[in-house]
Design a protein. Structure first.
Length: 463
């Protein structure tokens, strides 16, 4: 049974609710690039999948970077003259600039103000700010809250610590028949932010759980890491492993109500780029393909020139383009069960393509084989939308050992699962035989790279 067929036997509404509930369970934790918040988060991921936890000491050199000191926070507030907490970390962990150094002081408003951050255009939202690599402290609050502060003295407390410790990340490895790997990476370092952070975390966890214990062609490696420094640390410690990555996806911002965006790998025409493009063309939701650029999430590190791994980034709304991005409005209402489940299905569809994308040889290539005699010309019913027979003809025609099933799906405009099913039936009937990976050409024929869509930035209406 194909991955996707099995996936579709699950109830999408139930899956969506479970994904959203997992995000809700993780939401209150104050995460950062190091510290107990990311440890607690990884422990909760580890309750669902087999997760190996790595602790890398502060000060460890990782390429051009150094693993920073570990940050932890217990409490923080700004108290007014009457002792009331006017800004309270315990109500919202975004209130403290992430990685703030400890502070205990009473200071006049004019001095405090230089450490306050708001969004004047969105007076009820709290911004999310970090200061990982420059020692500083600060508070984030709604603009309305700041306007209520007067020219008085305020008691300021940030009960944090910044000390030698560790950078923590989690890794889930699922062995397949081949040592070649598919890498799925998500960041787990943002505090109470739902789309940017938790949506990717939840979908990656559920995807790993779905794949666990399955008979897989590829081996899979799921990384739950702090953004940037986590990916750099993993790459620095796994040069050999990185060389086995054949396909990869960074998952982020995939729970909101926007259509899909896929940012291609630096290579631009890797199999993962073509697989995601194909799947998105055949989903009912709108989607857009973006060319690679060296800004974004951890695809920046995987696609750095020393590695140049075939890793793209799957999103719904693109980071930085939606007003809720990096604010308290990126909350549990901003992500939706149906969208989380839809994103998980797109991931399963992409992996279904990668797992089943092989080359075949037509064993009766002289003229068209007589399908009717083999009961292959009647309508089989099922989910192919009447495309089963055309799919068989396409697979027979192009299976000369050079074209992959993805090449055939793109060339015919027929969705990959229908093409893949056709190949399976033709194999059963003795008309088709798989070509071993060693015998297949490294690149598809130039003719086949003509795809349903053109390359570059394009908008695809769902169909
Ligand atoms: Zn972010």
């Amino acid at each position: 049974m194909s991955l996707l067929t099995d996936f579709d036997q699950r109830n999408a509404a139930t899956l969506g609710r479970e994904l959203h509930q997992f995000a809700a369970d993780l939401f209150p934790i104050c995460r950062s690039i190091t510290g107990d918040g990311i440890r607690r988060t990884l422990a909760m991921v580890g309750d669902r999948i087999a997760l190996q936890i790595h602790e890398v000491p502060s000060g460890t050199p990782v390429f051009d970077w150094t693993v920073p000191r570990e940050w932890n926070i217990r409490d923080a507030y700004i108290k007014g003259p009457d002792g009331e907490r006017l800004v309270d970390f315990k109500k919202c962990n975004l209130h403290v600039v992430n990685y703030s150094t400890p502070v205990r002081s009473t200071m006049p408003f004019r001095e405090l103000k230089t450490h306050l951050f708001t969004i004047p255009d969105r007076p009820d939202w709290i911004p999310y700010r970090t200061s990982y690599y420059k020692e500083d402290w600060g508070f984030c609050l709604s603009h309305r809250q700041m306007l209520a502060l007067k020219d008085l003295d305020y008691e300021v407390c940030i009960d944090s610590s910044l000390e030698n410790g560790h950078l923590t990340y989690g890794e889930c490895y699922l062995p397949g028949h081949s040592a070649d790997e598919i890498l799925i990476s998500c960041h787990a370092c943002h505090p109470s932010l739902a789309n940017d952070n938790l949506s990717g975390l939840a979908v990656a966890t559920f995807l790993a759980r779905f794949l666990s214990g399955r008979d897989l062609r590829y081996s899979y490696r799921f990384l739950f890491i702090p953004g940037t420094i986590g990916a750099i640390t993993w790459l620095a410690r796994n040069h050999q492993t990185a060389a086995r990555v054949r396909h990869g996806l960074v998952l982020t911002c995939i729970g909101d109500s926007g259509g899909f965006h896929y940012k291609k790998s630096r290579r631009g025409n890797a199999e993962i780029d073509r697989a995601v493009g194909h799947v998105l063309r055949h989903t009912s939701e709108p989607s857009e393909i973006l060319d690679f650029s060296p800004s974004g999430y951890d695809e920046r590190q995987y696609c750095s020139p020393g590695f140049n791994l075939p890793v793209g980034c799957l999103m719904r709304s693109v980071w930085g383009t939606f007003p809720e991005y990096h604010t308290s409005a990126d909350n549990l209402e901003f992500i939706r069960p149906a969208q989380l489940a839809g994103s998980l299905r797109v991931c399963a569809s992409v992996l279904d393509v990668l797992e089943n994308n092989r080359r075949y040889r037509n064993l009766a290539p002289y003229g068209e084989p007589q399908l009717g005699r083999r009961n292959l010309y009647g309508s089989p019913g099922g989910g192919g939308n009447g495309l089963e027979i055309p799919a068989r003809l396409w697979v027979l025609n192009l299976s000369d050992g050079a074209y992959s099933l993805l090449d055939i799906a793109e060339r015919s405009g027929i969705a990959f699962p229908v093409i893949s099913d056709a190949a399976a039936i033709l194999c059963q009937s003795g008309l088709l035989s798989p070509v071993s990976d060693e015998d297949a050409p490294a690149n598809p024929p130039a003719e086949a790279s003509r795809s349903e869509g053109s390359s570059g930035r394009q908008t695809i209406a769902g169909r």
